[in-house]
Design a protein around this ligand. Structure first.
Ligand code: 6PG
Length: 238
């Protein structure tokens, strides 16, 4: 696990964008299958990307998927797709057909199946699982990642690519990528900012693999954690 710590959330977001562009430039001409997360944290990064890095990004080589989605329509303020469309995708030259959204407005179980099938068709398989080039994750202060919450660890070893999960506090249905496709990705990159995440970062880094985010961080290949000083508060040597 590689830890990258920057003074502020703005700098962390900028460095992450530069890292993503760097990864794509290492393989000129290749199309990158990238799965993104939602929640609040990536909003700043998407905004900066649209405003500062439009010209250096190979938009036509990016296929965008989602790690997870809330089961709400795309115009709902909770929609992970809607947030990224408004802040970033809608402002880029990325072709419409290269954006593969999870339909939050559809029946959850049916949509989890449809999207699993779509991903299976679109993303090259390695050992029977899709091999995304880059998966961007966040971590909740309770230790969840994707939309797999503590207590739902059985979903990490599901035989489906996507499943329906339920937010433990508000009961909202989510469609979530499961563990094996995340572990199969070439690059797994977490973006975690803010002091409210300091405890969970400490747990991810120091206490083994309890909880979904820690499990992924300890078992995936090429894991990078992009954090600001607040999130990395309890990590030594920062
Ligand atoms: C979601 C996410 C989720 C997110 C964490 C962190 O739909 O909520 O994709 O996995 O990464 O919940 O969310 P915050 O950035 O809002 O703290």
């Amino acid at each position: 696990m590689k830890l990258e710590v920057f003074p502020s959330s703005i700098e962390t977001s900028r460095e992450l964008i530069l890292r993503l562009v760097e990864i794509m430039k290492e393989e000129p001409g290749k199309v990158f299958n990238i799965a993104v997360s939602g929640g609040n944290t990536p909003a700043l990064m998407f905004d900066l990307w649209a405003n500062e890095y439009m010209d250096i990004t190979p938009w036509n080589r990016m296929h965008i998927y989602w790690v997870d989605e809330r089961c709400v329509p795309p115009d709902d303020s909770d929609s992970n797709y809607g947030m990224m469309r408004n802040l970033l995708l809608g402002l880029t030259p990325i072709p419409y057909e290269n954006v593969f959204r999870i339909r939050g407005e559809a029946k959850p179980a049916k949509e989890a199946l449809r999207y699993s099938e779509l991903v299976r068709q679109q993303v090259p398989l390695k050992q029977g699982w899709p091999e995304f080039d880059i998966i961007l994750l966040g971590a909740g202060d309770d230790g969840h990642t994707s939309s797999i919450f503590p207590g739902q660890e059985n979903l990490l070893t599901s035989s489906s690519i996507y499943v329906v999960s339920t937010h433990p506090r508000n009961g909202q249905k989510r469609i979530a990528m499961t563990g094996y496709p995340i572990l199969n990705a070439r690059h797994v990159i977490f973006l975690i900012t803010g002091k409210s995440k300091a405890d969970i970062v400490e747990e991810i880094c120091n206490s083994g693999d309890t909880g979904p985010a820690a499990y992924i961080a300890h078992h995936a290949q090429n894991v990078e954690l992009f954090m600001d000083k607040g999130a990395a508060l309890y990590i030594e040597d920062q």
